[in-house]
Design a protein around this ligand. Sequence first.
Ligand code: NDP
Ligand code: MG
Length: 385
Amino acid sequence: MVQTISVLGSTGSIGRQTIAVAEHLGLRVRAITTNRNVKLAEEQARKFRPAMVGVTDESAARELRTALADTDIKVWSGEHALVEAAVISDNDAVVTAVSGAVGLKPTLEAIEKGRRICLANKETLVCAGEIVMRKAQECSAEIVPVDSEHSAIFQCLTGRRKGELKKILLTGSGGPFRGWTREQTKDVTPAQAIAHPNWSMGAKISVDSATMMNKGLEFIEAMHLFSVTPDDIEVLIHPESVIHSMVELVDGTVIAQLGVPDMELPIQYALTYPRRTESLSERLDFTKLTKGLTFQAPDFEKLPCLALAIRCARTGGTAPAVMNAANEVAVHLFLDGKIGYNDIYDYVIETVETLGVSPAHDLDTLIAADHAARETVRAIHSRKG
Ligand code: NDP
Ligand code: MG
């Protein structure tokens, strides 16, 4: 049973919910990290008394060091602080709740130490899934998904033999612009894009959910987590977000996991697995599901980001890492008001086509591809800008 944890990205949406679950389960928080949210990091540090706080932003780190001067809590700065937090001594599990490919390095280092990874940061697997999964196997480190769909699939597959799985039914709500054409989405603002109908999440994943790039990233995440091919995964639009995903077994049986849309549930399960304990989550009331549960096949014409991600998943090599990094930069440009909503896809596809694909046998190749993609998006932006 996990007793002590590190939370990477403790000031974010998943991070804050993880802290609430840790409090509920009575876990010790050994390390927390933030990019630059000094105020909340200080509050969390005073409450949980971790051994260290990692702060990526150097000036925010200086500020926090001053604020915590009356305590013995160490403040580490820079990107390496994430690694220090991930591998701190005597933590049983690391919750990877940072946003973006910055989660890759600390995750790999924690795997090397054999820690359980409660994986929220899907970009890690999209960028370097084969390497991460291979290392986890070599180091006997468990990777337990936090992403609600993958937690659902993981729960549906627990106790099943590999050969019993026919296919994964990966569900997604379709986001706030379900059914909209590219023409209709052209003037979408960041505020509209981050207002998700069912889930309250960080800004980047909210935009990804609107473009459905999120489902594409989850498609690749599922391939790696469950060692399946693109042909084994079907995406299904399910606007009510009650079924979090399903598996079809070889005999035609379908197993689904249901619950209210609340990330505290999968976070708690990743921490208590294989056990279950009482949670603070609201219960599902079937009598309130008066509109029923509905399902549709995705319209790939209207969802170019999802179609592109599945194409990159099939291509393999450096393609998913390039797409992921390009998307990350493009989404931040959109959130900063520098490009339009439809430009996100245009920038990502142009980057993927410009850089092409190479085989990805090692981490350095993938990291170089990630960096090249970021540079390419910036170059496209300054050319068009
Ligand atoms: P948020 O944006 O809310 O939080 C991100 C956290 O990471 C914050 O603590 C942030 O610090 C920190 N951070 C951001 N950038 C950096 C950086 N460059 N270096 C170090 N730390 C950084 O994101 P979410 O909690 O929504 O998502 C986190 C991860 O979980 C993502 O990979 C997302 O895809 C995944 N996920 C999220 C779900 C959700 O419901 N939110 C559901 C399923 C998966 P600061 O506070 O200073 O910005
Ligand atoms: Mg999800």
